[in-house]
Design a protein around this ligand. Structure first.
Ligand code: WQD
Length: 342
């Protein structure tokens, strides 16, 4: 019988790609979302890509404990992947309570319901943000976490701890995996799903593609005086489909009982540092266009350089990022053209 995976926040950027990969790997998926930060386009795209018009869908808010409890009663859930959360760093500084309430409560409701309904495998979408400004790069899972730089980042650190503690106290009922994502970018090669930022994008790649299509006038590269080879910040940009596949490996590892500890942590990155300028140049080259950009002041809170040591995910989970930055930037551009109707 097919195993069932609940994807909270499954209509969003990462959730929709993960839903596709899970279905293609033979899982039944229950998608739940309240569309608070995404529209219905991506879920429609998921149906088209998978050829499945009947994916179980629940429109609900994970802060509603009763609704979450009902959900766990309605389906037999073998694993849950929790994405339902707010994710804008700047907004979290302005509205900390909104972030703490939404991101912590929704996750605690999932854990409580999972426990009440007989236990579950829980995968939490964490972030490399928990490493802060690392003392050395690349970072392994043992690199110490640093105090978060924003309420958003703090909710990731806190949810990591909440899961670790809950697993410890659960007598084997709850098992957990924390996936620490580096910088997810790109879109599905079908160009039917991708990132749909609301308003002015905070993240680099949507800003690049929107500038290239003419929605934004000019990209500001935040800082060119960092102590890096070309003076711009370095990140580990990971293709969204590669990232989505890591979830399939993690879920399978949990369901097949292959975990070595009841709560495991994995970096999900490529191990390849890329600077802002290198990314911009690669985008121009692979898509054969010129991007309007200028150097601007540093953005407060940015770390100079961070990239993953993905050895643990490569060897333990058997997952490895396969796509080149060029392939990913082509897909990002195809998606931007798709949403612009071009
Ligand atoms: C990447 C690089 C910028 C925009 C954030 C979150 C993190 C995670 C992913 C989200 C930096 C530079 C950007 C622009 C620029 N989670 N940049 N001009 O900051 O590494 O990580 O997103 O849910 O938690 O903090 O990603 O894409 O914002 O920036 O020069 O207009 O691009 O300075 O060096 P970041 P990013």
């Amino acid at each position: 019988m097919k195993k069932t995976v609940l994807v909270s926040g499954g209509a969003g950027f990462i959730g929709s790609h993960v839903t596709v990969e899970l279905i293609e790997a033979g899982y039944e998926v229950v998608v739940a979302d309240n569309f608070s930060n995404c529209d219905r386009t991506c879920f429609e795209g998921v149906k088209k890509i998978t050829g499945r018009d009947d994916i179980p869908f629940e429109e609900m808010d994970f802060c509603d404990a009763e609704a979450v409890d009902k959900l766990f009663g309605k389906y037999h859930i073998d694993a849950v992947i929790h994405f339902a959360a707010f994710k804008a760093v700047g907004e979290s500084v302005a509205k900390p309570l909104m972030y703490y309430k939404n991101n912590l409560l929704s996750f605690m409701n999932v854990l409580e319901a999972a426990q009440k309904h007989g236990g579950c495998n829980v995968l939490f979408s964490s972030s490399a943000t928990v490493y802060g400004e690392p003392k050395s790069v690349p970072v392994t899972e043992d690199t110490p976490r640093q105090p978060a730089m924003s309420p958003y980042g703090n909710t990731k650190t806190m949810c990591e701890d909440i899961l670790q503690d809950t697993v410890k106290a659960s007598d084997g009922l709850i098992k957990g995996i924390l996936l620490r994502y580096f910088n997810p970018i790109g879109a599905h090669p079908s160009a039917l799903i991708g990132e749909l930022p609301r308003g002015v994008p905070n993240n680099l790649v949507p800003f690049i593609t929107q500038t290239a299509i003419g929605k934004r006038e000019c990209l500001s590269i935040f800082g060119n005086d960092y102590p890096t080879p070309d003076g711009t910040c370095q990140r580990d940009y990971i293709d969204i489909v590669d990232l989505a596949k890591a979830h399939v490996f993690a879920v399978t590892r949990m369901i097949e009982g292959k975990m070595k500890e009841p709560c495991e942590v994995f970096n999900v990155g490529t191990g390849r540092p890329v600077s802002v300028l290198e990314l911009v140049n690669a985008f121009e080259k692979v898509n054969n266009l010129k991007l309007n950009y200028k150097f601007a002041a540093r953005r407060p809170g940015d770390v100079t350089a961070i990239w993953a040591d993905p050895t643990k995910a490569n060897t333990e989970m058997g997952w490895k990022a396969t796509r080149t930055v060029e392939e990913t930037l082509k897909a990002a551009w195809a998606w931007e053209k798709h949403i612009a109707g071009k």
